[in-house]
Design a protein around this ligand. Sequence first.
Ligand SMILES: C[S@@+](CC[C@H](N)C(=O)[O-])C[C@H]1O[C@@H](n2cnc3c(N)ncnc32)[C@H](O)[C@@H]1O
Length: 184
Amino acid sequence: MKKPLHFAHELVQAVVKKGDHVVDATCGNGHDTAFLADLVGAEGQVYAFDIQPQALAAAKKRLLAGNLLKQVELLEASHAEISKWPPGPLAAVMFNLGYLPGGDHALVTKPDTTVSALQIAVERLKRGGIITIMVYTGHPGGQEEYRAVRNYCRSLPQQAYTVLEYKFINQRYHPPLLLAISCM
Ligand SMILES: C[S@@+](CC[C@H](N)C(=O)[O-])C[C@H]1O[C@@H](n2cnc3c(N)ncnc32)[C@H](O)[C@@H]1O
């Protein structure tokens, strides 16, 4: 069976085309940003948010190495700042919650700002577009964030959005899980 992150990539890959505009809401070390930049190609645009300069610097290095920086705008800002978002429409928005691997584990995504950013993402999503949210519950605050995000996702009207939760339910130690929102 596919791991949740692998499944998230498959869902995004099935939707995003060359020339599309997409958002990485939690850039971190830039793995998802590079993945998205490759999908949209040189004629597309990726907007990548992070509040940590250290994360954006690592992402920039990765993008340069892959010759992918041209189609990426790295934004040192919170994903909850609506004015920093592109006007849309967006084909995909990826969230990878929690802390920066190799960084300060106390600096994590927070329920309020994550849900605000999700609301913006849903508003900007084009028909057929997808939002993926990788959720981690093992760190302090992780369970609360999961509850808030899941509640928000469950509140979306089924006439307009399809929402899934993908997780392994027999694993110990808080395995990561995926929530995904597809706009019909
Ligand atoms: C799990 S990491 C992301 C990993 C990333 N997808 C990668 O491929 O390396 C979560 C990131 O979210 C960032 N973050 C936390 N709060 C944020 C916010 N309000 N807006 C944007 N990014 C935020 C953290 O700085 C951290 O780099």
